[in-house]
Ligand binder design. Structure first.
Ligand code: NAP
Length: 322
């Protein structure tokens, strides 16, 4: 999308539902990265004129009502990569939503994908269970090349993760909405492609956005396509998995182990069965947190490019939902 006039905005509002400590940390990093051309202020600190002049705002889980006080907003820069709440809450004809696309986040995510794939590959959950009952028993070791790890979602995070798994000797497949070519990775797309790729997958890594199409995608049928004893890593969004189906598949042994970093409701409630399930590793949404310093630089680059060209950076396709 292109915009006719270059902006004169000097103050960037930060609109976020976050703890005060988190907000001041962001203000500090963003102010440093955006100086000397722009300053960053919390919405409540903006004058009426500054609200009027705002064509860009920096956001993290913003209250849509807060954005209404910025009548000339053209785009919002999210500090997060996942924007499904914002995409659902903001009007379709509202400001363009620019996601956080940070190469450092892709590196951090690929590190987490490799770490937890190795955890499953080297049977760590099984040895931990054995230790808890003082069992000394070794199990045959498989080569990484004998394990097929499939990355579902081959975007900014998924592609880097697939390449890192490949570099570590795994047999890697990938699946995305549109067809992709990635050297050394067997790629699939579409609904048929999903069933086909799951049928040969030992470890599935979820890295696609939550949209109308992906909600509940990993259901009883999808889990049944996987070979018995396969495992799952969810680093994307909780509602992509049908929890009832996953728990049934874990109980029956269809799925051997699930590493879950994201949940339908976070923080996970004390009564949630995942906490105590013997075949589940619960992580508190930590696989790839936004790094303040590198993310602030991405924001500064996008803002500077917009100031120069008047072009809104690549934004979320509101129809597609990501
Ligand atoms: P991205 O660059 O937009 O990539 C998304 C990928 O998913 C693309 O390959 C896309 O296919 C694919 N996809 C989307 N809808 C699909 C569908 N219906 N069927 C098949 N494939 C589909 O996103 P990203 O930056 O890699 O981030 C992915 C997600 O990771 C985020 O949305 C967020 O939810 C999650 N995340 C989690 C954490 C964490 O700490 N746990 C941190 C950051 C992000 P195409 O290539 O064909 O478009």
């Amino acid at each position: 999308m292109s915009i006719n006039s270059p902006i004169t905005q000097k103050v960037l509002p930060l609109v976020a539902r976050a703890e005060p400590d988190e907000l001041s940390l962001w203000c500090e990093h963003l102010s440093q990265a955006l100086a000397p051309t722009h300053t960053v202020k919390l919405l409540a600190e903006l004058s009426v004129d500054e609200c009027q002049a705002a064509e860009v705002a920096i956001v993290a889980n913003p209250d849509p009502k807060d954005l209404q006080s910025l009548p000339n907003l053209k785009w919002v820069q999210s500090l997060w990569a996942g924007v499904e709440h914002m995409a659902a809450e903001l009007p379709q004809d509202g400001p363009a939503i620019v996601r956080m696309i940070d190469p450092q986040m892709a590196n951090t995510m690929s590190e987490a994908v490799l770490a937890w794939t190795l955890y499953l590959h080297r049977d760590m959950p099984r040895y931990a269970k054995q230790q808890s009952t003082k069992i000394w028993r070794e199990h045959a070791l498989e080569l990484p090349s004998d394990r097929t790890v499939t990355v579902l979602g081959l975007g900014n995070l998924g592609k880097r993760s697939a390449l890192r798994l490949k570099a570590n000797g795994f047999t890697v497949c990938g699946w995305s909405r549109s067809a992709k070519t990635i050297e050394g990775v067997e790629t699939h797309s579409g609904a048929d492609g999903l069933a086909k790729v799951l049928s040969k997958t030992d470890i599935a890594v979820l890295l696609m956005p939550l949209t109308d199409d992906t909600r509940g995608l990993i259901n009883e049928q999808a889990l049944a396509h996987m070979p018995k004893g396969a495992s799952l890593i969810n680093f994307a969004r909780g509602p992509i998995i049908d929890d009832t189906a996953l728990i049934a598949a874990l109980d029956s042994g269809q799925i051997n182990h699930a590493v879950l970093d994201v949940f339908a409701s976070e923080p996970l409630s004390e009564s949630n069965p995942y906490w105590s399930h013997p075949s589940v590793t619960v992580l508190p949404h930590i696989s790839a947190p936004t790094i303040h310093s590198t993310a602030a630089k991405i924001v500064a680059e996008n803002v500077a490019a917009f100031a120069q060209t008047g072009k809104v950076p690549e934004s979320v396709d509101r129809q597609r939902g990501y």
